[in-house]
Structures are given as structure tokens and as C-alpha cells.
Design a protein around this ligand. Structure first.
Ligand SMILES: C[S@@+](CC[C@H](N)C(=O)[O-])C[C@H]1O[C@@H](n2cnc3c(N)ncnc32)[C@H](O)[C@@H]1O
Length: 326
């Protein structure tokens, strides 16, 4: 995408507009993609400061705030309770199942993190490329491959919105639990569509911050504070957008962004009520088989009501006309 050519769906919305709370960062603080050059190539961190007149020119340009060496061990949740384990397993199974459906052989994992999903698909015989901008995350992923002696994947250091691959290189591309970390998610979806072959599949999996559990918890906290005069809850609530997210996703926004570059073929809602402490406690006290049956029943409800689900997985075919850059 050409510099400055963000579409309406990606542009940060003004504070106070009906959709503004979808975005964590109001326009003044919003980290824009000002450093992507036409053609999609990005300047490296620290590049571009030439001094003198160009400094003056650059002074008003918003800078992209990134830490290329970050690792996300502290933000990637791991299964610590039955309902968490269930949710993360469902998210993985559904995403990888959709990506490998129809015998996809060449698969790209965008924002591959520790590479566990790429390794799993490589273990099933696919050729998998793990694209990840953080050198530290990729190093940890490589270490895991060596230590566990599992199938190897190709590691490529890359941003989601400037994928270094030719058009139509992959049968399937997926991006799991990461799009809300991107500063230019719409451009990244466009790139995913571009590098997928025209009858291939792009799979996006994302947490829903308008899930039933977020709505209930927000409502309960509001009643406690506004009507009962209780102090605000301490610490981050599961409905609060984490500090390292750029976008607050819910089903409508997910569909809107995906539809700009994909013909959406399926939307799956996964799991219901995750994040409510009382629900988590109740599930943990049930006998194993009853807990499983309960979580699966709620999961089936989420499937027909994706707007209320904890996680949404969406997939579709690339829409070529919409992905051609100027
Ligand atoms: C929460 S992790 C998810 C990792 C993995 N997909 C998983 O499911 O475990 C988010 C990942 O997004 C990566 N990331 C952040 N901004 C990105 C961007 N603009 N382009 C590509 N990856 C990005 C981070 O480095 C991190 O590895």
C-alpha cells in the first residue's frame, strides 16, 4: 500500500465517534505506518535520519514505534485453567485445520511468534514459512525446533504489511492471535491476500473484545462502580485492550477489514464466557467429563453466535482486484 493511503477501515477514528473505542490509541498517539515506502518496503529502525533539511521535513512525520527485539513471553497467555486450555486449543485446531484444509502444501504463518503452529503443520508434511519481525521470537522458535527435534520450518524476518514473497506464493496463509498487535492490520491483510494463490485461503484468528463475557463483565463492573459506589477493579480486566494492542477487534471490524481483501467464506465463533472468574471457577470444580461437555456445548453456541464468541476465526479467498497496490 502506498504511503498515507490507509483506507477508512484502517484509519484511526476520532475520539468520541461511535467506533472510536475500537482503537486503543487516539489519533494523536496512534502509531502510523508513515515509514512504508511505495511498493511496500519498510525502512529499518534508525534509517532515514539524514540531518539538515530532511530532518526538518521528517520532524512532523509520525514515527513508527517498534521494538524489533521484543519477545512476547509475558503477553502470550498459556493454558492455566480448563477454560483457557480449551479456548487456546480450539483456536489452534480451528485455525490450523482451516489453513491445511484441502491439502494445502505451502503455508505461511504470519507473526509466527514461537513457531509452535508452523512446527505443527510442518510435522504433518507441509512446507511452512514462519514470518516474524522479532529476532528474539524467531531465535526462540529455532531453539525449540532443535531441542524438540521436530520438523523444521523456514524462518523469515518480516512485517505483516511488507511480506517478502512473490504474488500467489502460498496455498494458504494464516495469522493467529496477532493482527491486533499490528499497527497497519488492513495493509497486512492485503499482503496476506497478495501472497496467497487466487484459489487459496487466508485464515485470520482474533480475540473478540465484544464477546458475551466482555459485555457481562463490563456491565457488572459498571453496576458495581456507578450504582453501588464500589472502587474500580484493580488491574487489567479481560475486556480491557492490552497495552501492546493497536486495535480492539470485534466481529464487525474483523469482517470489514477482511472483506477489503478477501471474499469471506466462513466465520467461526469459538468458546463462550472465557474470562469470567466465576465461570472459570465453576468449570474447574466440575468432574473432567462434565467440564469438557459443558465447554463443548458453549462452543457450539458460540459457533452460531460468533458476535458473542471469545475468539473469531475467519477465512476467505483473496480478492485480487482489491489487493493491487498503486
Ligand atoms: C501474541 S503473538 C502471536 C504469535 C503466534 N501467532 C501465536 O499464535 O502464538 C503476536 C506476534 O505478532 C508479532 N507482530 C507484532 N507486530 C507485527 C507486525 N506489524 N507484523 C508482523 N508481526 C507482528 C509479534 O512479534 C508477535 O510474535
Amino acid at each position: 500500500m502506498v504511503e498515507g493511503a490507509q483506507s477508512a477501515a484502517e484509519r484511526p477514528r476520532a475520539r468520541g465517534s461511535p467506533s472510536s473505542e475500537r482503537f486503543r490509541h487516539p489519533p494523536g498517539e496512534y502509531r502510523t505506518d508513515s515509514r512504508v515506502r511505495p511498493g511496500g518496503r519498510r525502512q529499518g529502525a534508525g534509517e532515514g535520519r539524514t540531518g539538515g533539511a530532511s530532518d526538518t521535513l521528517l520532524a512532523s512525520a509520525p514515527m513508527r514505534v517498534v521494538d524489533l527485539d521484543r519477545d512476547m513471553r509475558d503477553v502470550i497467555p498459556t493454558g492455566t485453567s480448563r477454560d483457557s486450555e480449551f479456548l487456546f486449543d480450539r483456536m489452534t485446531d480451528c485455525t490450523l485445520g482451516a489453513a491445511s484444509a484441502g491439502g494445502a502444501r505451502r503455508i505461511l504463518d504470519v507473526a509466527s511468534g514461537f513457531g509452535q503452529d508452523a512446527r505443527a503443520l510442518a510435522g504433518e508434511g507441509a512446507f511452512v514459512v514462519a514470518a516474524e519481525p522479532s529476532a528474539r521470537m524467531s531465535a526462540l522458535a529455532r531453539m525449540q525446533e532443535v531441542e524438540s527435534d521436530t520438523a523444521r520450518t523456514e524462518h523469515v524476518r518480516a512485517w505483516g504489511d511488507a511480506l517478502p514473497f512473490a504474488d500467489g506464493s502460498f496455498d494458504a496463509v494464516f495469522c493467529k492471535g496477532a493482527l491486533d498487535h499490528f499497527d497497519t492490520p488492513l495493509a497486512a491483510i492485503g499482503e496476506m491476500a497478495r501472497v496467497t494463490r487466487s484459489d487459496g485461503r487466508v485464515v485470520l484468528a482474533i480475540a473478540n473484545f465484544d464477546s458475551l463475557s466482555c459485555r457481562v463483565a463490563r456491565g457488572v463492573d459498571a453496576v458495581r462502580q456507578d450504582w453501588l459506589g464500589r472502587p474500580p477493579p484493580r488491574g487489567r480486566r479481560h475486556y480491557d485492550v492490552p497495552h501492546d494492542h493497536f486495535t480492539r477487534y470485534e466481529l464487525g471490524l474483523m469482517r470489514e477489514q477482511a472483506s477489503a481483501h478477501l471474499t469471506v467464506e466462513a466465520v467461526r465463533g469459538l468458546s463462550l464466557a472465557w474470562g469470567l472468574p466465576a465461570w472459570s471457577r465453576a468449570v474447574s470444580r466440575l468432574p473432567q467429563f462434565a467440564a469438557r461437555a459443558t465447554l463443548e456445548t458453549f462452543d457450539r453456541v458460540a459457533r452460531v453466535l460468533p458476535a458473542l464468541a471469545d475468539v473469531v476465526v475467519l477465512w476467505g479467498r483473496p480478492r485480487r482486484a482489491a489487493t493491487t497496490s498503486a
